[in-house]
Design a protein around this ligand. Sequence first.
Ligand SMILES: [Zn+2]
Length: 136
Amino acid sequence: MEDISQLNLYMGALCKTLNDNGFRQKLILNGEPRYIDYKLDRLMPDLTVMHITSDVEAFQFLTSKGLIRNDICHFCGEAPIDGRKTFIEPSHKIAFSICNHCYAKGIPPTKIDVRNTGCLVTLFFVTLTIILLRLN
Ligand SMILES: [Zn+2]
C-alpha cells in the first residue's frame, strides 16, 4: 500500500525550503532557461523528487540541512525495508532511498499512462509538458 500523503508532506516541505532559500526550478523554454518555484505535484510527488535532483546544488543544500530522509521511499512514501536501497538519478548520479518494491520495479510508481514507463527521461518530459501547459 502506497503512503502517498507522507510523501506529499515531505516533498511539499522540501519545495518550500528550496523556494524560501532562493532556489528555483530550471526549465528550458524555447531554448531559453526559465526559472519557476518548486511546486509539489500532489498526484505525482515521485516526479517532484526528480525535479529536485535535477539541480545538484539544490539537493546538496537539502542534504546539508539534514532534510533528505533515508527512512522513506522517495517514489511511493513507503518505508524502505532495509534502508539501503537507493535510486541513482541518471544525469547527476544523485542517490536517494527507495523501497524494495520500487527498486525491484526499477521505476517510480506513477499515476500517468506513459507507454515507455521504464524511461525516466520520458517521465521528465511529460512533466515538463504538463508544467508548460499550466504556464500557458
Ligand atoms: Zn517505493
